[in-house]
Design a protein around this ligand. Structure first.
Ligand SMILES: *[C@@H]1O[C@H](CO)[C@@H](O)[C@H](O)[C@H]1NC(C)=O
Ligand SMILES: *[C@@H]1O[C@H](CO)[C@@H](O)[C@H](O)[C@H]1NC(C)=O
Ligand SMILES: *[C@@H]1O[C@H](CO)[C@@H](O)[C@H](O)[C@H]1NC(C)=O
Length: 377
């Protein structure tokens, strides 16, 4: 038998190799890291030192007559006929996402369940455009027709449903609320892969009171720089947005507006150029024009998925990235609702420990910030 003897590396040699390797990596990617750090520092300084976005007024303005209007292909003008509506909840969906809509209807978006167990009226609607590939449209049209016959909850306009048209979908929601559901106390917008803890959300909105004003809540992004990397789907050219910082905004995954704020943002949106395609930043721009600022809520998730734990369920509002596990999560959430009563001191301490474990240890979860472990909101 023959075997080759590998040269044995000494410890210091190994260390040297790894240092060289890291240095190489660092040099290779320095430009990217550098760009990122610099743009964040500049953006953050801009946001906190100047915080004047007066330029928005002049430069992103359009004449409302010049903005294309899109027709409704499916509409429900009488959906909000009831007098007392607490919340109009728009879920941004796409024609082909039937499964996701079905999961939402039978879990957190079940209007009947909400009415029965929480005692308030919530209207859940799905906002859709047209499939980007015309060859799929006629088949989908039939399917959507039958789906809508059954559930009466689709709102579709005739724009192409693409990432770069998300601002048009936002305008659909704002416009629909204004025209057909003006009296609803709140408006929420959520993605169709978001889990909304509807009992917590409803309790929160009820706690604020029926005549809440000036409310815009979600996870707030402050002083974010525009992405200048052409590979990224969030890329925004300097022609479109020349400044180093965006106004404060809440990610489109889920946020809530009070009635008056929705109306003012709608009015501002009529005069802002909708070719700015990042819908949540667009909303931030409209709000800035109207001098409205968002309020941060620790338990709205920007992107991450909430850890599975009853201590988290007690407080969570939204959690992102749910596709196949919506029903499972709903089951756990409703079960946790039932045995929620045991909220003594011991339980509270235990929950703080669990939350610290989930939220404050890096790389376990990126759903809620560490400080969410210590606050009751
Ligand atoms: C919604 O909830 C009601 C009442 O709890 C229930 O009867 C109904 O089956 C649910 N709808 C769906 C689609 O699961
Ligand atoms: C947005 O929708 C309009 C109307 O359907 C379409 O003409 C346009 O190409 C779409 N834009 C993008 C970027 O998809
Ligand atoms: C933007 O312009 C409008 C009307 O032209 C004005 O009412 C509003 O106060 C301005 N907003 C800011 C932030 O300067």
């Amino acid at each position: 038998m023959m075997f080759l003897k590998m040269p044995r590396l000494k410890k210091y040699q190994l260390r040297l190799i790894s240092v060289c390797f890291s240095a190489l990596l660092f040099i290779t990617f320095w430009e990217k890291i550098d760009n990122n750090i610099v743009s964040h520092v500049m953006s953050f300084s801009y946001r906190h030192l100047f915080n004047s976005f007066t330029f928005i007024n002049a430069s992103l303005r359009v004449n409302p007559e010049d903005v294309l209007k899109y027709r409704y292909l499916i509409n429900h003008e009488r959906k909000c006929d009831e007098k007392d509506i607490l919340l109009l909840l728009f879920v941004k969906s796409s024609s082909e996402n039937f499964e996701r809509r079905q999961a939402i209807r039978s879990t957190w978006g079940n209007e009947t369940y909400i009415e029965k167990t929480l005692g308030v009226t919530v209207k859940v609607l799905f906002a859709l455009g047209l499939h980007p590939k015309p060859e799929y449209r006629s088949k989908l049209k039939k399917q959507l027709f039958f789906e809508d016959q059954r559930y009466h909850d689709l709102i579709q306009q005739d724009f192409k449903d693409t990432f770069h048209n998300l601002t048009l979908k936002l305008l659909l929601q704002l416009g629909w609320k204004e025209n057909y559901c003006h009296h609803s106390q709140f408006l929420m917008s959520a993605d169709d892969d978001v889990f909304v803890h509807i009992p917590n959300l409803i309790r929160y909105l009820q706690g604020i009171g029926r005549n809440a004003k000036d409310l815009w809540i979600g996870r707030v992004h402050r002083g974010s720089p525009p992405v200048r990397d052409k590979e990224s789907k969030y890329y925004v050219s300097r022609d479109m947005y020349p400044w180093v910082s965006y106004p404060d905004y809440t990610p489109g995954a889920g946020y809530v507006l009070s009635k008056d704020v929705a109306t003012r943002i709608y009015q501002a949106s009529l005069n802002i150029n909708p070719s700015f395609h990042i819908d949540d930043v667009f909303l931030g721009i409209c709000a800035k024009v109207m001098d409205i600022s968002p309020k941060d809520h620790l338990f709205f998730s920007g992107e991450g998925k909430a850890p599975y734990h009853s201590c988290i369920y007690n407080q969570m509002m939204t959690s992102h990235g749910h596709v196949s596990d919506i029903r499972e999560t709903w089951k756990r959430v409703t079960e946790a609702e039932v045995d929620k009563e045991s909220s003594g001191l011991i339980r509270r301490l235990y929950c703080t420990v669990m939350k610290v474990r989930f939220l404050c240890v890096p790389f376990i979860s990126n759903s809620y910030p560490c400080k969410a472990a210590f606050f009751e909101q």
